[in-house]
Design a protein around this ligand. Sequence first.
Ligand code: MLT
Length: 264
Amino acid sequence: MKKIINGLSVFLSGDNQSRTILFVHGFPYDHNMWQAQVEEFSKDYLCFSYDIRGLGESPAGDGQFTMESFVDDLEAILDEPNLNKPILCGLSMGGYISLRAMERIQNKFSALILCDTKSAADDNEGKLKRAAAIKHINSEKFYEFIDSFVLNCFGEKFVKENSTEYKRVVDRSKQNNPLGVKGCLLAMTGRTDTTESLSKINLPTLVICGSEDKLSPPDVMKSMADKISNSKFVLIENAGHMTPIENPQAVNRAIRDFLIDNNL
Ligand code: MLT
C-alpha cells in the first residue's frame, strides 16, 4: 500500500501492527532497493520504505535539501500512527540520515541497522567530487553521471553475472529528476560528522558491510561498529556497496539473526 506522508511517497507492506521496520534507501536509488528485505520481513513485521525527497516518486520541489530537512522528513513519517518505535535501517545516504536521526531523536526507535555507510562527513576531495558531479549533470550529462556513479557502487562480479537486474537499477536511477539528484548531492556535501555521537547510541545496532564496498569500506565500518557499545558487525561476502541487492540472502540472514538475538 502506498501513502503520501508530508508530501513523500511511503510504502507499507505486511500486517503485523506491533513490530515495524523503517527502511531508508541510498543515493541515487529509491525504495525499490529494499525489495528483497521487504519481501522477507513483511511476513512478520510491518515494513515501511519511502522515497527520499527528490528521488523516486517523491517530489523534488525546489531541490534545496539538507541532511536536517531529510531528518525532518523522517520524523514526519514517524507520526504515522502504525509506526511506533520502528527498527531503523538505512543504507549509505539513508545511513547518514539515520545517524543524524540518532543524534536528534534516538528515543523514537527501538534498534538500528546501518548498511554500507559512514559517520565521517565529506573531506575536501569528497566535496570537490560532488561539485564536479553537479557540473556534469548541468552539462546535460545526467545519464553519464548515473552510469558511472552506479557502476562504482556495485561489485564487478555482480554487474557481470546479473546484467538484467543491474540494468534495471541503472534505468530506475535515470528516472530520477536531475534537480532532486543535485539536491541530494548538496545535502550530502553539507552534512555534519556524526562520529563523536556513535558512543551515545544505546540501541541494539547491526552494522553491515559488503566485502568489496569501495565507498564505505569494511575497515571504516568496523571501526564505526567498535564505537557503538551494543553493536554487531557483519561482513557480507560477494557484495560491494549495495549489499541488500547484491547478496540479499546474506543480508536477510544477518538481519534475521540480529532481530532474534535482540528479541525485536
Ligand atoms: C549512497 O549510496 O547513498 C551514496 O553512495 C552515498 C554517497 O555518495 O556518499
